[in-house]
Design a protein. Structure first.
Length: 150
């Protein structure tokens, strides 16, 4: 009978065995998914109905002053910056952070608008960290029902 060879690898201190992705990235020697090294970009949804388009962006922690929304040459651009919060809580002097997973930094998302939208009537609403931009279709771009005579 052959002896069974078993490998025992010590798990480095501080590893969270449930966060396999981060440990895998560490083993490869890169910061593939490290929040500190990756830029931040808001999540976006784009929906269409018969009246137009709705672009929704999640912008948690931002204020209206932190966001610029522009339309130029048929391109809708969302530009902004999420700044890192300064710790001003009582009793935090001399403390150090152990985990930083929130992302900060400048972002820019751009979308080419389809033909037939009315850029003069675009509206935007910012509520509870969610920006909703409504881009209506021009009257000439909306489908028309044509009556058929017999």
């Amino acid at each position: 009978m052959l002896p069974v060879l078993r490998r025992h690898r010590a798990v480095p201190d501080g590893w969270d065995l449930f966060d396999v992705g981060r440990q895998f990235d560490w083993l490869l020697g890169g910061n593939i998914r490290s929040p500190a090294s990756a830029g931040w970009s808001p999540a976006i949804d784009v929906r269409e109905n018969e009246n137009g388009f709705a672009v929704t962006a999640e912008l948690p922690g931002l204020k209206v002053e932190d966001i610029d929304l522009k339309i130029a040459n048929g391109v809708l651009s969302l530009i902004g910056e999420k700044k890192e919060e300064e710790e001003k809580e009582e009793g935090t002097e001399g403390s150090s952070r152990h985990v930083i997973e929130r992302r900060y930094g400048r972002f820019e998302r751009s979308f080419t608008l389809p033909r037939g939208v009315d850029t003069e009537k675009v509206t935007a609403k910012f509520d509870d960290g969610v920006l909703t931009v409504t881009v209506p279709k021009a009257a000439s771009a909306k489908p028309k029902k044509i009556a058929i005579r017999s």
